[in-house]
Design a binder for this molecule. Sequence first.
Ligand SMILES: C[S@@+](CC[C@H](N)C(=O)[O-])C[C@H]1O[C@@H](n2cnc3c(N)ncnc32)[C@H](O)[C@@H]1O
Length: 248
Amino acid sequence: MLTPTFWEIHSGLEREGPGDEASLMRALAMTEGLPAEPRILDLGCGPGAQTLSLLKHTAGTVTAVDTHQPFLDDLMSRARDAGVADRVTTSDASMADLPFEDESFDLIWSEGAIYFIGLPEGLAAWRRLLRPGGWIAVTEPCWLKPREALPQGALDNWAEYPAMATVQELEAVPARAGYRLAGSFVLPPAAWEAYYGPMQARVDVVRARHAGDAAALAEVARHQAEIDAYRAFGDCFSYLFLVMQRPA
Ligand SMILES: C[S@@+](CC[C@H](N)C(=O)[O-])C[C@H]1O[C@@H](n2cnc3c(N)ncnc32)[C@H](O)[C@@H]1O
């Protein structure tokens, strides 16, 4: 159950997960032969940082999907400010049950979100939405070291995601789900800073605002622990960008 303080921390942030424009461009450059005006599906779009970058770096249209309507409202407001609102459609739908026709997209994008249904499960379920030869790019949490080398603090930080895999293990998933892996890379520290920098500033404000409120401060402490875990153990985990193609 997400608390009011959770939403106080998470409202109005530019992004809701690690990522940055440079990494998006690196992944996008791997989608060889993408049409000039690709039909893009952005799943778990959040407030839409990557949606806006996709609209900036392609001439395509984006259908942006999330289950949290306030994020979709933020995204549309930013798209209007950027003058690209005519190329975005939002859909308050679940990535587990998508209301789109088979083969209706050239590119599926999903940053920091496929883990809600699992990487193999998401790749299998979304495949029908891509035209043959279409592309899919996702980011997925990954261990940067063998499990036996991971300190307890790193394991504790990801205790709620037991499916977390190593880079090598993740790179084997696309072929099993019927895709060709075109390339992959680990998100750099700058992509984490783009998420945790603004979140730290927000956490500091919310902590000061709720001095003496035990429930609110417990939520603040959970967020602080997550940021601190990255600062302490960021050499043990990250996200892997995987860029894949549905064979023609
Ligand atoms: C970690 S955030 C990442 C958001 C955005 N892609 C980014 O990188 O800033 C995950 C997003 O997935 C959304 N989400 C969670 N479960 C979902 C579902 N079943 N279907 C669609 N979106 C979902 C959340 O509301 C949230 O916006």
